[in-house]
Design a protein around this ligand. Structure first.
Ligand code: SAM
Ligand code: SF4
Length: 497
């Protein structure tokens, strides 16, 4: 009872109305439902020539406008979808080459004051074991992730609760960055902590920036105002649509340059959410000059005692979900696209070539589960159930078999290649050159320190092909690169361009 009262007092102070109003026009959100719905009204299929003009614009790595994205949504001809599918794959290759960045989620707290209808951690779900990790427990979780599995990047996930307030977030991030664990040859260490949390105020976001946070993610869940109201009770903090919608404006203003957008697919019409994400990206570019660093598109997954997660009438089929990825790749061509272990291995294999750039592996989303679960899932401890529980070693091997190099690179943000700077580099193709070098160096590190013999056997010929490609395509930098590479072979770590 005491905790509940202090929780509601805490909740009442969370939202700063002036940090919403300053970005709105005449008190209205930039997201205009009627304007999006109007674009989704039945209309004849578009002219192929116009579709091809829009594809050509996306191939120039230019963000599409809402009319262009809506027009692609109306394509019915399977042949044109094949052309869009090919363009999505080509854009991914042009901007990000054959690299897939990997990370792991780390849930630190299952306490939450909100009551989101789709989420196993919602406050009214009495069947969930609640826990907030201590700093010692966070250290122990990180030791498994960095020392046993070999991750270099985490996305750290918090419920919204006084026990996981800003001080807790800052302490936990410092704790994670401080961990060092001896690995086979080098030292296991987390080099980039991304955060997925509730919306924060500008001063709090500045504190996260100062703590060295990489990407700051807040998913809008649904851009459709009426659906948002249905699934997020009005008396909760999350019930305030606009506080959430303008969080990325605040983050960019606070100097957190890499922001991650997302929508939870399955709450409302997937076509509306694709337009919503595109509108959000366009608005950030317009208002702050920086588009989203990443876009996430989680699909609703089953969660304990959570009927909405299974019964929603808007659940997205696999074929439509593929269209979501193709359309996002074309509409916001510079953004990283994250496909998570919510999706099963077959679906991940299907979606990755269409333009995804990041994926997680060895994921455990129960609180404390990296140390305690030994690979299983427990719906009483986690927010929802995962579709892919393969280890990082298995995923790296699978990707290598598909010709993709798993990148553990964290250099970009440590060298200041973030925000507008990285957007320009991505659009020009220049970032790809740094990324290729760093991807190969970190892949070699990981193979030496953590890979099984089977994965090393698949990874080694891929590495040789990559070295040859760098030698022929980047001859000027190749000698310096080779020196770095040889130092890594001798056991030095964390060398990057
Ligand atoms: N509590 C914070 C929040 O809601 O913003 C942190 C993020 S929450 C733990 C991570 C994300 O998981 C949510 O933003 C939502 O999109 C997603 N999620 C929630 N319930 C889900 C479900 N049943 N299936 C799939 N994803 C879900
Ligand atoms: Fe809390 Fe996030 Fe779950 Fe909503 S989605 S109940 S805010 S943990």
């Amino acid at each position: 009872m005491v905790e509940k009262q202090s929780g509601s007092e805490w909740s009442a102070r969370r939202i700063a109305p002036e940090e919403i109003a300053k970005y709105q026009t005449d008190g209205r959100d930039f997201l205009d439902d009627a304007a999006l719905e109007a674009r989704l009204q039945p209309a004849p299929p578009p002219e192929p020539a116009r579709v091809r003009e829009i594809i050509a614009k996306a191939r120039q790595i230019q963000t599409l406008d809402l009319d262009e994205t809506a027009l692609l949504l109306r394509v019915a001809d399977p042949g044109l979808w094949d052309e869009m599918r090919q363009a999505a794959a080509d854009i991914k290759h042009k901007v990000y080459d054959n690299r897939i960045v990997t990370f792991a989620p780390l849930y630190l707290s299952s306490r939450c004051v909100n009551d989101c209808g789709y989420c196993g951690l919602r406050s009214s779900n009495a069947g969930i074991a609640r826990r907030t990790l201590t700093m010692d427990e966070i250290r122990a979780e990180t030791e498994v992730l960095a020392g046993r599995i070999g991750h270099k990047r985490l996305v750290v996930v918090y419920g919204e609760h006084p026990q996981s307030d800003l001080d807790y977030m800052l302490n936990s991030i410092r704790t994670i960055y401080a961990v060092r664990v001896p690995a086979r040859r080098g030292m296991g260490q987390i080099r980039r902590v991304n955060v997925n949390a509730a919306p924060l105020a500008i001063a709090e976001l500045q504190a996260l920036r100062d703590a060295g946070v990489g990407t700051f993610q807040v998913f809008q869940e649904t851009y459709h105002h009426a659906t948002y109201r249905q699934v997020h009770p009005a008396h909760t903090i999350k019930g305030d649509y606009s506080w959430r919608l303008y969080c990325m404006h605040r983050a960019l203003e606070a100097g957190l340059d890499d922001v991650g957008l997302g929508a939870l697919f399955g709450l409302y019409d997937w076509r509306f959410e694709v337009l919503g994400l595109t509108a959000h990206a366009l608005e950030l570019e317009r208002a702050l000059g920086i588009g989203p660093h990443t876009i996430s598109f989680p699909r609703l997954e089953p969660a304990a005692n959570t009927p909405l997660a299974q019964n929603s009438r808007w659940r997205v089929s696999d074929d439509d979900f593929e269209k979501v990825v193709i359309l996002l790749r074309l509409a916001v061509p510079h953004a990283g696209l994250i496909v998570t272990a919510r999706e099963n291995p077959g679906m991940r294999r299907r979606l990755l070539p269409l333009g995804c750039t990041q994926t997680d592996a060895s994921s455990q989303i129960g609180i404390g589960a990296y140390q305690e679960s030994h690979g299983g899932q427990d719906d009483q401890r986690q927010q929802f159930m995962l579709g892919d529980t393969r280890t990082l070693d298995e995923v790296v091997r699978d990707l290598a078999g598909l010709g993709c190099i798993t990148s553990f690179c964290t250099a970009g943000y440590r060298c200041g290649r973030t925000g507008r700077c990285i957007m320009d580099l991505l659009r020009s193709g220049a970032e790809g050159k740094f990324c290729k070098l760093n991807a190969v160096l970190t892949f070699k590190e990981w193979l030496d320190d953590f890979a099984s013999p089977a994965t090393q056997a698949v990874g080694a010929p891929l590495l040789q092909r990559e070295l040859e490609e760098i030698r022929t395509q980047q001859p000027r930098i190749y000698p310096e690169f080779l020196t770095h590479y040889e130092r890594i072979c001798r056991g030095e770590r964390d060398l990057y361009f």
